[in-house]
Design a protein around this ligand. Structure first.
Ligand SMILES: Cc1cc2nc3c(=O)[nH]c(=O)nc-3n(C[C@H](O)[C@H](O)[C@H](O)COP(=O)(O)OP(=O)(O)OC[C@H]3O[C@@H](n4cnc5c(N)ncnc54)[C@H](O)[C@@H]3O)c2cc1C
Length: 388
């Protein structure tokens, strides 16, 4: 309904919408009941070369762009109707892109092939003491035997219960003040423990859990980028994730709007169709507004990020904030239009539970606002410097 045929990657958007509809959607109820990641679809998706789309040909990918990957993910989110599954894909995508864009030749050679071929990735930042204040993390490593020994515990990490590889944010205290670094950790290593899936209110097809590391021996090339550069790299990695939340939100809401429209167009109340009542029209229009605005800001954020513009971080936070707030407000509208049917256990009640989780995962709404404000301050200082 809302596709623009001249958009970049439209072939992928259509192909993966079909994949989502025919492969993921029929399995979604079963995995929701099981509270598990749908690893069957995960492997089917890898076999469909989903993860190869934006990876360079020299690294075994198809050499298309992150715009093309975004289009494929939009298609999948619309077709699959399983927000949890798609959020697990976002967690993996963040790691995949990080290794592809910032990894050394040896890291790319060692890690990209499994990540494109069905291994599960995670991005582990949050600790039990809190997720918002990233710089307060305690996980830390010491240099040893030409490599590192890493210890610490991460909490509430998407995909952790089944992850094969994780991007882990930690410190190297001997570096001094700027000590935060990103470690690439295979979960098969001795000393790594993956916790069980947490019991969440929603997003049950996207398992979260702890990842603990007890004196884990890592090789010398376990650090992504340079030692002490972790925060700078992390902001790029999480900006990508935030932008994807927005793209996914708009795509996921689109078939739900169709569902609400179709229901309102055949259901009668007070001798008229629901669709003829202005309050209902208002709700349906608001969903469309959420979709249009979220899609526009998210695609603009993707452009900013891919072209390395200084406003990328701000734009990605806007996409995440608008996307998750839209998910919550629009899924509520869908339930309202469907009335009692919307409150029955099933797709429309589940989507509200799932939507609420997006207000926290990927950084809370408050943290997006804080980042937007900090970026604005930075812009103001830059302008003042320029006129001096
Ligand atoms: C479904 C799901 C998936 C997740 N997946 C991952 C993952 O893959 N990797 C990962 O690292 N983490 C993950 N998380 C954890 C998530 O990133 C954190 O929960 C989030 O960052 C908030 O951290 P917290 O829960 O510790 O809240 P806290 O940091 O303790 O904050 C509590 C509340 O206070 C607010 N707050 C904190 N500081 C301020 C301030 N300065 N001003 C105003 N308000 C403030 C917060 O916004 C929040 O509302 C996931 C969480 C969920 C729910």
């Amino acid at each position: 309904m809302l596709l623009n045929t001249v958009e970049r990657g439209n072939d992928l958007r259509i192909a993966f919408a079909d994949f989502g509809q025919t492969v993921v959607r029929p399995r979604a109820d079963r995995f929701y009941e099981l509270r598990m990641l749908d690893l069957e679809s995960w492997h089917d998706l890898a076999n469909a070369d989903f993860w190869r789309i934006a990876i360079r040909e020299r690294d075994g990918g198809h050499g298309r762009s992150w715009h093309h990957f975004g289009a494929a993910l939009e298609g999948l989110a619309a077709g699959a109707g399983d927000l949890g599954f798609v959020l697990s894909l976002i967690a993996h995508a963040g790691l995949l892109r990080a290794v592809s864009e910032f990894g050394s030749a040896s890291q790319r050679a060692r890690l990209l092939e499994p990540l494109m071929n069905g291994a599960v990735g995670a991005t582990a930042i949050t600790e039990a003491t809190g997720g918002s204040d990233v710089a307060a993390i305690r996980t830390s490593a010491v240099r040893a035997d030409g490599g590192y020994r890493l210890s610490g515990e991460k909490d509430h990490i998407t995909n952790a219960p089944v992850a094969d590889l994780a991007l882990v944010l930690g410190r190297i205290p001997e570096l001094g003040r700027r000590d935060i670094s990103i470690f690439l950790v295979e979960t098969l290593r001795t000393g790594v423990l993956r916790g069980p899936a947490e019991r969440l209110f929603g997003l049950r097809t996207s398992p979260t859990g702890s990842l603990s590391m007890d004196d884990v021996e890592l090789p010398s090339d376990a650090v992504l980028g340079h030692e002490g550069e972790g925060l700078k790299l992390l902001y790029n990695v999480i900006s990508f994730d935030r932008m994807l939340y927005g793209l996914v939100a708009a795509a996921y809401l689109t078939p739900l709007l169709d569902l609400a429209l179709q229901f309102a167009a055949q259901r009668t109340a007070f001798k008229s169709l629901l669709i003829d009542h202005e309050y209902m029209q208002g709700r349906l229009t608001d969903i469309r507004l959420d979709i249009e605005v979220t899609r526009a800001v998210s695609r603009a954020a993707l452009d900013a990020l891919v072209s390395g513009r200084p406003d990328a971080s701000l734009s990605c936070s806007v996409a995440k904030l608008i996307g998750s707030e839209s998910l919550v407000s629009s899924t509520r509208h869908v339930m309202a239009v469907l009335g009692h049917r919307g409150y029955m256990e099933g797709e429309t009640s589940r989507c509200i539970q799932d939507a609420l989780g997006t207000l926290i995962a990927g950084g809370t709404t408050e943290m997006q606002r804080k980042n937007i404000f900090n970026q604005m301050l930075g812009e103001m200082r830059d302008t003042q410097e320029a006129v001096r």
